[in-house]
Design a protein around this ligand. Structure first.
Ligand code: HEC
Length: 255
């Protein structure tokens, strides 16, 4: 006889809406900051501001045509050494930065041209061979170990956030159940796609666009759920009669 009224978002009691709202606001701000951080780290990977496909490829596949020392000597550091000295440094880096050339040839060039700035305070100390050898390797992007670590942290951590967002949105009013379910599943699917795409991009640079699609997909899907939930909790006003009826049924059933 009694129809169970599922408490959809506009009808949730105030304390529950307060809890959900606090959570959604914190997640929303967190997503914005995460976006800013991606712009500042990956976004600058190709040396230009703004996130591009190039950046994604640089971040996961690396820049395999050059060593980092060579990129710097042809780029922002090109003014600090003569063409002749730059050529010597680049050849040395390409040869794998052998220690045998360090004292006789390389170190004096660095002493004269670079060490005034590269003292170890903020910039790598170019009195240390190891610091140059590190920059003389071909940049192949993150190691498997670091990609494995970041992958599982990302999957565990972010799926917890999507779980909360999806759980709240499950109480939203007026969606076709199939559409609603697809929207709830979407961030998880895009998250898995995103992490898989990191590995694919490390292997083949052509997969970079999948990383962008994954990140874009879960950002959009979770934003839609966050905004819809907040809207329904605070901006849909229940007609008085319905609220009164609710109060009457709940007090009679309680009594
Ligand atoms: C006037 C100061 C100055 C001099 C001289 C200078 N650098 Fe730099 N170097 C910087 C600064 C600042 C950065 C960081 C910003 C950037 O990458 O442009 C940097 C960054 C670099 C990087 C990339 C940083 C990294 O962690 O891999 C390399 C490689 C580099 N310099 C090599 C050189 C070499 C080789 C010389 C000498 C031929 C040199 N620099 C001379 C100031 C200097």
């Amino acid at each position: 006889m009694n129809t169970v009224v599922f408490p959809d978002l506009p009808r949730l009691p105030l304390p529950v809406r307060a809890l959900f709202t606090g959570y959604l606001l914190a997640i929303g701000v967190g997503l914005l900051i995460a976006g800013a951080q991606i712009m500042l780290t990956h976004g600058m990977a190709d040396g230009k501001a703004g996130l591009s496909l190039e950046d994604v490829v640089h971040s996961y596949h690396g820049n395999r045509t050059n060593t980092r020392l060579e990129s710097a000597l042809n780029g922002s550091m090109s003014g600090y050494a003569s063409d002749e000295n730059r050529a010597i440094l680049i050849d040395w880096a390409r040869a794998g930065a052998p220690e045998s050339d360090w004292e006789p040839t390389i170190r004096p060039i660095l002493q004269e041209n670079c060490v005034s700035c590269h003292t170890g305070a903020g910039l790598p100390d170019f009195n240390q061979l190891a610091n140059l050898q590190e920059r003389a390797e071909i940049d192949t992007g993150p190691t498997f170990a670091s990609l494995t670590r970041v992958s599982h942290i990302h999957l565990f951590g972010i799926s917890m956030l999507f779980f909360g967002v999806g759980l709240i949105f499950a109480f939203a009013r007026g969606f076709d159940p199939v559409f609603k379910s697809l929207l709830i599943v979407a961030p998880f699917a895009f998250l898995i796609l995103d992490v898989m795409a990191w590995w694919l991009t490390k292997w083949q640079p052509g997969f970079g666009w999948l990383v962008m699609l994954g990140g874009f997909g879960y950002s959009v899907a979770s934003s839609v759920m966050i905004f819809t939930s907040l809207y329904q909790m605070w901006l849909i006003r229940e007609p008085k009669s319905v609220l009164a009826e609710d109060a009457a049924t709940s007090s009679s059933s309680a009594g």
